[in-house]
Design a protein around this ligand. Structure first.
Ligand code: HEM
Length: 452
């Protein structure tokens, strides 16, 4: 357990938590996370920018912190050149490795996302997201997601070099969120190009990022205004627009930002989790057999995947506005803190034999992959549905699918806030292998195939 005083002296370069900011964390975060778990729950770490940040790792403490309103998101000032310059809806969209590049915010300057708000202001905007992503609305989506997944998977039969991230996970998640929000097919090709830039801002010049952001925001603003004039389409944008009509004081910028971040994060993080899930199953053909036979309920499988290979290892950064007591330590006032979902999801005090991937375990739904408390992911139900359908549909059509790359040279994309396989070259039914892309060129955003 670390001691904790603010301001803290620079921590030594050997501090164990520093490893979360290195590229090897992307390839395999578990040795680092397990090491932190074993050492204690509170860890002071020097961020590559030189700032001192704190990591909370034990399940019980991560849970209490997620519910604790003294840990503020609105008090967290962005720091140029760090991940924290990228306030995101899900903590996945800051794609630059920590300490490298500058990830631009999902929302542009002057606009704020839900994960930069607290209290009544947050609740007021969050209600709109809740309307678009309600359980009822998501249930109605199932048949459409199944049709979409099946259609994309069938097209793979004629693709020579299949990359299941680029050709399946990415287009499926992009179209699913567009269908959920009700974005017209004629605008999707252009939205798709913009989304791929905005999801990887560090890879593009600033003026291009600004151009695409303006284009997406103009389209979403137009869709919202149209639904306010002509309500009744009963899609996600319609539900947001109607909830906004009931609260007209809410600024258009904030509502557009909400829709923008739903579009970008839903298509990004869900695609990453589908890729992670496909990989886990491709490496375990016996589970594919169980799934195809109907002996493995897809929802249990998905929740165990979310627990075992948490796609967003850390929360968005929070700031302690007071001393916050944890089980065996105190987070000092002023501390900047990341809550570690990945370690909580492998905490032996919560999950028996946590390193084992066992979709038949009784605690599959006790994970924190979607967070908890006021900022609990409102897209969780949609994401679970989509991952379930993605895995079931692909393996129903291609039960003998095989992964073709070498695990030792596999490309992982993301940062300590998010990780996912960059490509999944696979043999489905006689399709040829693809060349594995070089590091950093993997398809982390929607690819051209998404608009097929
Ligand atoms: C596997 C997929 C997903 C994962 C693992 C995930 C994870 C998370 C997590 C952990 C948070 C809370 C972060 C924190 O408290 O610091 C969050 C928040 C959020 N997520 Fe997701 N998410 C996923 C899919 C989605 C989808 C599909 C949508 C929208 C359609 C979405 C929209 C949001 C929004 C709007 C927030 C902010 C909520 C708030 O601040 O009140 N997410 N997500």
């Amino acid at each position: 357990m670390n001691t904790h005083h603010v301001p803290s002296p620079p921590a030594p370069a050997t501090e164990p938590g520093r490893a979360v900011f290195t590229p090897s964390f992307l390839a395999d975060p578990h040795p680092v996370v397990d090491g932190l778990l074993a050492r204690g729950s509170l860890h002071r770490v020097t961020h590559p920018t030189g700032r001192t940040v704190w990591l909370v790792t034990h399940d019980a403490d991560v849970r209490s912190c997620l519910r604790d309103t003294r840990l503020s998101l609105s008090h967290t000032a962005p720091t140029p050149g760090s991940d924290s310059a990228a306030p995101t809806q899900c903590p996945d969209t800051a794609t630059a490795l920590a300490g490298q590049g500058t990830a631009a915010p999902v929302a542009g300057p002057g606009t704020r996302t839900l994960l930069e708000m607290d209290g009544p202001e947050h609740l007021r905007l969050r209600r709109l997201a809740g309307r678009a992503l309600s359980l009822r609305a998501v249930r109605h989506q199932r048949a459409a997601v199944e049709r979409r997944a099946e259609r994309i998977a069938r097209q793979l039969r004629s693709v020579d070099h299949v990359d299941l991230v680029r050709d399946y996970a990415v287009p499926l998640s992009f179209h699913t969120i567009c269908d959920t929000l009700g974005l017209p097919p004629r605008h999707r090709a252009s939205l798709f190009r913009s989304a791929s830039v905005l999801q990887n801002p560090a890879r593009h010049p600033g003026h291009l990022v600004d151009h695409h952001r303006a284009r997406v925001r103009a389209r979403l603003g137009e869709e919202l205004r149209r639904r306010r004039r002509h309500p009744g389409s009963r899609d996600g944008m319609d539900r947001v627009a109607q909830a906004w009509s009931a609260d007209p004081g809410l600024g258009e910028d904030l509502v557009v930002t909400l829709c923008e971040t739903m579009l970008l994060t839903a298509s990004g993080v869900t695609a990453h989790m589908i890729g992670t899930g496909l990989l886990a199953l491709l490496e375990r053909p016996h589970l594919v057999d169980e799934l195809c036979r109907g002996d493995l309920p897809a929802d249990r499988l998905v929740h165990e995947l979310l627990r075992w290979e948490t796609v967003t290892p850390f929360s968005t950064r929070r700031t302690a506005t007071a001393d916050v007591p944890l089980t065996h330590a105190t987070l000092p006032k002023g501390a900047e803190v990341y809550l570690c979902f990945a370690s909580a999801n492998r905490d032996p005090n919560r999950h028996a034999d946590p390193a084992t991937f066992d979709p038949h375990r009784s605690t599959t739904t006790g994970h924190l992959a979607f967070g908890l408390g006021p900022h609990y992911c409102p897209g969780g139900a949609l994401a679970v549905l989509e991952i379930e359908v993605a895995l079931s549909s692909l393996f129903r059509l291609f039960p003998k699918a095989r992964i073709l790359d070498d695990p030792a040279t596999r490309v992982w994309n993301g940062s300590f806030l998010e990780r996912a396989p960059g490509a999944l070259p696979a043999r489905l039914a006689g399709a040829l292998p693809i060349a594995v892309p070089r590091a950093g060129t993997g398809s982390n955003g929607p690819a051209a195939g998404a608009t097929r």
